[in-house]
Design a protein around this ligand. Structure first.
Ligand code: ACO
Length: 462
């Protein structure tokens, strides 16, 4: 493609489109015969980016465009074409996501774009159907995304499976804590060295919570630790602070004072880290914008929060995308000082193959019930299935097989997807009138079986 031509100019010169398409409004399940949906070749990546920048009202600099180009090269890409004109794009990042008890490949949708000339004609629906075909062919039971608008993806069977809290801390006074922070050494790390150091820590610990994305080194350096923040160029470059293990004279390498030379310089000596940026402001206290804080123990987390709250010339910490069950909310001694200012859906999940998805996760309690699942897109998921979970605590095994037995619970696949990682309750879905419990107590049994020790959490927005 001629890189100088944008999707906009391409559309306006296309004979079928210049006068407005003659495409009658089609139901989502059908696609107008003018349109074809097929894999988007490498040679069309520039056109795909033009289309995405058009619909997202973005005018990126060359460097960002090159970054997006490289990102799309490594993804599965689907294009919708009207004749030669590219009118729709869906990109699937080849992610792996943690699920209760393990992890699964999870094609993750991004750059979802339909030309303004072709909206509401089933183009997105057609591309999603194509993506599901690909997931089934590849044996990938899950798909995921972050939604630009809440109303779009439920109809395609996606449910919001993880949520994030926005937390604001008044750090003009010392952070009041009900626990004693870990006294291990804190060390600032050069962001260039951070992927190797905290990347290994993250890999080691990320499956503690479901919903977490495995991060490649490129994802660390080009998404997480990129020098200039994409949304606020007044913020400092990323700062990375790591907490080391407590000085212990008995450890190898300990000095006479008890400190160890290797504390916090080796991934296995780290007990937590925080990634943050700062900025000073004329009209308000200086800001610490926290991107991520992970810790092995509440005491280690408390040490990192206390560090962030005591940075000179700052008076507020704004933390985005914190876990809903963040222990900070309990060990903070003054909840007027530490306030949850918002909550939002983060990772939307799709159980493309309900059976494979359910069998791949761990279970928290026994169950024996018949689910009737509604799935408007994927008939293989539709119908009645007996879910049995047996065995001993911590090693339950599940079976999920089609049955003619009457249903104990009827629910939509999107609500099952929202509950899959343990972050939402089926009992609440029943109470909201969105699922029907034919046998009282079934939803509570299912909730107990799906329960996880920690709520799921996703902070990688894509
Ligand atoms: C994962 C991500 O990348 S999120 C980013 C999504 N992209 C954007 O927001 C960019 C701007 N918007 C667009 O490009 C398009 O409008 C899209 C991709 C959101 C929708 O594409 P379309 O081809 O118009 O969707 P399509 O025609 O297949 O719609 C299917 C159904 O979803 C509904 N729908 C689509 N978009 C929306 C929306 N924004 N809000 C509410 N309903 C919507 C349609 O009304 C239709 O419902 P119906 O079948 O009951 O009539």
């Amino acid at each position: 493609m001629d890189s100088a031509s944008s999707a906009a100019s391409h559309l306006s010169t296309h004979p079928d489109l210049s006068t407005g398409p003659d495409l009658a409004r089609r139901p989502a399940a059908g696609l107008h015969p003018h349109l074809s949906i097929r894999p988007l070749p490498e040679t069309d990546i520039d056109r795909a980016l033009d289309l995405a920048y058009l619909v997202f009202h973005d005018t990126p600099e060359e460097e960002k465009r090159k970054h997006h180009h490289d990102l799309l090269l490594g993804c599965h890409r689907i294009g919708a074409y009207d004749g030669d004109a590219l009118v729709g794009v869906v990109v699937a990042l080849p992610f792996t996501v943690s699920v209760p008890g393990g992890e699964l490949p999870c094609p993750s949708l991004t750059f979802v774009s339909v030309a303004p000339t072709h909206r509401r004609r089933g183009v997105l629906s057609g591309m999603i159907a194509k993506l599901y075909e690909k997931c089934v062919a590849d044996g990938h039971p899950l798909a995921a995304l972050w939604a630009s608008e809440d109303a779009i993806y439920g109809r395609f069977g996606f449910g919001p499976a993880t949520h994030g809290n926005t937390v604001e801390i008044n750090s003009e006074r010392p952070l009041a804590l009900r626990i004693t922070p870990d006294d291990g050494p804190l060390r600032l790390v050069d962001p260039a060295d951070a992927p190797a150091l905290i990347g290994e820590y993250y890999d080691r610990t990320r499956t503690r919570r479901a919903g977490r994305i495995a991060r490649s080194e490129a994802w660390w350096s080009e998404e997480w630790l990129v020098t200039e923040d994409e949304e606020d160029d007044e913020l400092s470059p990323p700062r990375v602070v790591v907490l080391g293990t407590r000085p212990d004279a008995t450890r190898p390498g300990a000095t006479q004072s008890g400190a160890t030379q290797s504390d916090a310089t080796q991934p296995d000596a780290i007990t937590g880290y925080a990634v943050y940026r700062t900025k000073t402001r004329d009209d308000a206290p200086g800001l610490v914008r926290l991107d991520e804080l992970e810790a092995d123990t509440p005491q280690a987390a408390a040490a990192l929060w206390r560090y962030l709250a005591s940075i000179d010339l700052t008076g507020v910490i704004r933390a985005w995308g914190r876990p809903v069950d963040d222990p900070l909310l309990l060990f903070a001694a003054d909840r007027d000082q530490v306030r949850v200012t918002g909550q939002f859906p983060a990772l939307w999940m799709r159980l493309v193959d309900v059976r494979a998805a359910l069998l791949a996760r761990s279970w928290a309690a026994p169950a024996d019930l018949v689910l009737e699942v509604k799935d408007a897109q994927l008939p293989a998921n539709e119908g009645r299935f007996r879910l049995t979970v047996d065995g001993e605590h911590a090693s339950y095994t599940a079976a999920y097989d089609r049955t003619d037995a009457p249903a104990d619970l009827t629910l939509d696949v999107r609500d099952l997807a929202a509950a899959y990682l343990g972050g939402n309750q089926i009992t609440a879905v029943v109470r909201a009138g969105l699922a029907t419990e034919h046998t009282p107590g079934t939803a509570a049994t299912l909730d107990a079986a799906l329960r996880t020790d920690h709520l799921p959490h996703t902070v990688d927005e894509f």
